[in-house]
Design a protein around this ligand. Sequence first.
Ligand code: DGJ
Length: 705
Amino acid sequence: MTDKTLIELNGDGTQLILEVGELAEILHWGKKVETCNASSRIAVKRPVPYGRLDDDIPMSLSPELGRGLFSSPAVEGHRDGLDWAPVFSINKVVRQENALTMVSVDAQAGLELVTELELDRYDVVKVRHCLKNNKAGVYQVNRLANTLMLPERAKELMTFYGRWVHEFQTVRQPLLQGGFQQENRRGRTSHEHYPAMIAGTPHFGEMSGEVWGFHFAWSGNHRMRIDVKADGRRYAQAEVIYLPGEISLAEGESITTPWLYASYSHDGLNGMSQQFHDHVRHHILPQEFTAKPRPIHLNTWEGIYFDHDPDYIKSMATQAAEMGVERFIIDDGWFKGRDGDRAALGDWYLDERKYPQGLEPIVDHVNALGMEFGLWFEPEMINKDSDLYRRHPEWLLAVDGYQQPTGRNQYVIDLQNQQAFDYLFERLDHFLSKYNIAYIKWDMNREVVQPGHLGRAAGHAQVVRYYQLVDKVRQKHPQVEIESCAAGGGRIDFEVLKRTHRFWASDNNDALERQSIQRGMSYFFPPEVMGSHIGASHCHSTRRRHGIEFRGLTALFGHMGIELDPVKETQEEKQGFERYIELHKALRPLLHSGKSWRLETDDDAHQITAVIARDQSQAVVQIAQLAMPTNSLSGYLRVPGLDPKACYRVMVLDKPNLFDDIVNYQPLWMECGCEITGEWCEQVGLSMPILDAESAVLIKFERVT
Ligand code: DGJ
């Protein structure tokens, strides 16, 4: 293909214009342009300065060193030292609606590269490559990266960092020469390096600025970068970090990258998030369950930990059902020998000492109370103190001759070992077939060190086998829903979400901490996939104390649950749980389908979240007071996204118990309500209440005309 063609891909509001010839270059990725014609190419043709190569070198979807593009190449590899700088030429382009498949070859190197690029109607782009070895001799792949170009005006970055019980924290920095790079080598998506980043025009915010958000859908090691080239052009890149020697392609073999997802918005971060949320709802989440309201959970973990007594658990279930819980989950501690976190992982047999009558009586009890039953597993893990390890020490994901550090006293099972894989499937299948289990909490509590299969590196293959194990379980038990958990939020990404239904966002149930964790997670994920539980008033992970209102309202804006021992709770607390459960049930159709907004505030001590119905008939707004208000008055609450011409009744749905204690009076609208237009809500707003630090209020807007 020598002629260059312009190809437009259109979303509802954004557009990709590519010039496709020997290679594919993005000419425009932004707001829709209706008037693109052949002259448009002349308009954007670059000059060639002195001191560089004599020709203009386009920045393609697969940068190549061999073409003189001094960027991070898309393909790095060799055939025993040869064919190490391939130059691909596109020889076939297939277009299907808004998806392109481009086949490129380097006949000399014996390689074929297939690039898939799609822009969906929700304005989310996805791109991936497949590299095939077409020649005799093994092709060793060192790197295979997905690349998207960015305009020069993307000058600022927002990235994510975190740790256990402190996931999804964000940090801003200028995007300068040298760019930005993040590497994750922890073997799971990780708490530390969540695979996403956002670039934007200077000072981009929640409501303004142009932003380009990127999410790499892979649950293992990755590298992501945004590079600023010496000539000012910039690009984003994402790849799996292949361990040495792990991807060797024999003739005819191929390797496909995970998808890199990206979205452009000219309405700031909210616009970008809303696009990703729509994409997740329509194209990522398993569709069988989307119409079903998400059941309220009670999870036993922080209530009883490893201390399991069936009669007591039944009384927990009875109380849970009385409070309105709809799904009861037995967490860690139910299987043979699991009395603490030092032993038994791998022995997926019911502990008959703890459950002499089996699990049936509990499952039946839970079902008779009208609740679904769920069970915790951590399939990929093994303790050395387990019957499984004593029988199969060779099943460790490790390299012989080295002593591996443990994480939570445990090791990882080599999922490429077919016997081990089959054993795990058989055990999961056994429980799912024998009992009426509607839900699995699938945990993964350690990082992966030196992943070895038969001595060779196996980081990539281990993740692929994990996906295959989940897929096999789902295929046999399609009615079972799965939560992805990895010591809280250590395995949260789009690829795992294609086969699971929600995430355990964090082991931190402290409402204050959860506010920032859930906000960070909301950039790419809608509220319904965020597992969010009301924990005990004295938080186990931070020792902070919060009243039920702050805990309740914080858990309300996710997929809600309770995580404590209801039997031990006071009557007052229980009434609180009931209240928030009822509120969540009433609001979840809105919360789990509406448009989410992170609102800008007049005082950083607040965090305000709104969810607005698709038909703009109603909205809920949560004002969370994170710290002491900076000033004695807190400015105005402005809510965008309502119908400007419609009139809304504004009412308080929930407020702290001691709301009026330290004020002469709160804003008048909070006492007597008011009716204002959507335009007023957005442009002028409502006077903010005076709130104590670590408290929240919930406000509802209902269209009256
Ligand atoms: C870590 C999870 O994040 C917790 O919720 C709990 O399931 C424990 N593992 C159980 O070991």
